[in-house]
Design a protein around this ligand. Structure first.
Ligand SMILES: Nc1nc2c(ncn2[C@@H]2O[C@H](COP(=O)(O)OP(=O)(O)O)[C@@H](O)[C@H]2O)c(=O)[nH]1
Ligand SMILES: [Mg+2]
Length: 481
């Protein structure tokens, strides 16, 4: 990990606090509307479940202009939570909000968490709970559910388990869950959920890692935390948190940069840890902590037409990269599917009376039909599980051994991912959440079944590389063909 860059203000804060037993860390950027509730819920959780410990709450903010930091420190008068819960904790909660420094010139969620890790280590906490600042569904019990396994169960890492809407968490469902499971053998359902419990030992291990990249400073942080815990042999569990409700995002319009940062990090860690995952076949359950709960997650609309349109557009702009990153049979299938996606999306837009521009709006809003209506119109579009697994495995080999920079490969994967997500939404439109979950499991099993395909091609590429003289990588800014 890059050298510590804590600001004097943060060092002063650490000196003032001295030490703590438990910390809640909250990264934020423009979350004034929601962070007050998250802070109150976390405070109540600390008071109710850990009244004997020395607690501290740290908000690491990006310098939000909307008053996020003020909300954190002013959200309620001191003593309010104690009054409403009728609990008198031994120690008053220290609530701190600070602007975190960039890491090697890069700011983002990961840089915020890096400051939180450094503060947690300096204060010598036994458990750190991190939660997102746009959560609507957090309740005080989440603090117990995430810190309990660490403080009482001997675990080092607690990942969240939520019921999420079938269209939410698409990067998780299509990539991070199946790939973490197939590579490392751990069935961690939400490797990038954002709400985690971490032990003091694991925090110190995080701070000693060399694998921190600029993507980790941004949205790569979650998969980095989970993978580093797993590959380091730390004791990992999951905590049943119930529903995750947060600021919604349409996978076709909001998630491109996040996808690139998450997948870039996953690929770079896979390259570093090949000797660990090459040997692993199959997977095992990861213990789950907390009482099971069922709740209906908030609905989400997705513009399937736009997803298919973007898949097709990829075949016009980055086909050359696809050809070089995919094996010939995968490439051929992907090009065929992209052609079908384009034709179906165009026909559907015509049938639904949408202009070429209307694909740009979110489904179900501003005159754009709902997810179901859009998906019905392109119901014939298919994208098989096994092709998606092969595409991802081809990418993994190409990023470790090929001569195209990983950023460019991942950027070229985005349109294919849109096609895959489009297919999943179409397939899931009539399914219950439980049935959609079974589809996610089916796809994860496909990744496991095809792991020998990955291992064979990985070994083959490694042997070929050993035979050849080193090749200079192409410049990162070269425009995809
Ligand atoms: N400090 C900081 N936090 C960020 C930044 N970007 C996102 N976050 C926080 O990271 C958390 C997750 O971000 P969000 O956009 O909700 O991502 P998602 O829920 O994973 O899709 C939220 O608490 C955000 O406030 C950033 O640039 N700096
Ligand atoms: Mg969020």
């Amino acid at each position: 990990m890059p050298a510590s860059v804590l600001t004097p203000a943060i060092r002063d804060e650490i000196a003032r606090l001295g030490s703590a037993d438990i910390m809640v860390g909250i990264p934020s950027y423009r979350n004034a509307a929601t962070i007050g509730y998250v802070v109150r819920a976390a405070h109540a959780g600390l008071v109710q479940y850990f009244p004997d410990l020395r607690p501290v709450l740290v908000n690491a903010d990006a310098g939000s202009p909307d008053g996020t930091q003020r909300v954190v420190v002013e959200t309620e008068p001191p003593g309010y939570i104690e009054q409403i819960l009728l609990v008198h904790p031994k120690n008053r909660l220290d609530r701190v909000s600070l602007t975190y420094p960039e890491v090697d010139g890069v700011g983002g969620k990961g840089a915020a968490l890096r400051t939180i890790f450094e503060m947690a280590a300096a204060l010598n906490v036994g458990a750190l709970v991190v939660v997102d600042s746009d959560l609507r569904s957090i309740v005080p019990e989440w603090i117990e559910l995430l810190a309990g396994p660490i403080l009482k169960g001997g675990y080092d890492f607690a990942a969240p388990l939520y019921s999420r809407h079938k269209y939410d968490g698409t990067i998780t469902n299509t990539v991070t869950y199946p790939v973490t499971r197939a590579l490392y053998g751990h069935r961690i359902r939400q490797p990038i959920g954002g709400d985690f419990g971490v032990s003091g030992d694991l925090i110190r291990d995080y701070l000693a890692q060399e694998s921190w990249t600029s993507d980790v400073s941004r949205f790569g942080i979650d998969i980095w935390m989970t993978t580093t815990a797993v590959t380091g042999g730390f004791a990992v569990c999951q905590s049943r948190l119930g529903t995750k409700i947060h600021d919604p995002k349409d996978p076709g319009s909001d998630l491109g940069p996040m996808f690139r940062q998450v997948v870039g990090t996953l690929l770079s860690l896979a390259k570093d840890n090949a000797n660990r995952w090459l040997e692993i076949s199959g997977s095992h359950d990861v213990p789950a902590y907390g009482f099971e709960r069922y709740a209906d997650p908030a609905p989400l609309e997705v513009n399937t037409l736009r997803l298919l349109g973007q898949f097709h557009a990829g075949s016009l702009t980055v086909a050359d990269t696809w050809r070089r990153m995919l094996r010939p049979s995968s490439y051929k299938s992907v090009m065929e599917l992209a052609g079908e996606a384009g034709a179906m999306a165009e026909e559907a837009a015509h049938k639904l009376g949408l202009g070429t521009e209307s694909g740009a709006g979110p489904a179900g809003a501003g005159g754009v039909p709902t997810t179901d209506e859009l998906s019905d119109a392109v119901a014939g579009f298919h994208f098989p599980d096994d092709l998606w697994a092969r595409v991802f495995y081809d990418l993994l080999v190409a990023s470790s051994f090929g001569d195209i920079p990983t950023e460019r490969l991942v950027a070229a994967l985005v349109p294919i991912y849109f096609g895959r997500v489009g297919r999943l939404v179409i397939e899931d439109r009539r399914l219950s959440g439980e049935q959609a979950e079974e589809r996610v499991e089916r796809q994860a099993r496909e990744f496991e079944l095809l792991k020998p395909y990955l291992v064979d091609h990985w070994n083959e590429a490694r042997e070929n590389q050993a035979k050849q003289p080193a090749v200079e990588p192409a410049p990162a800014d070269e425009v995809a063909g």
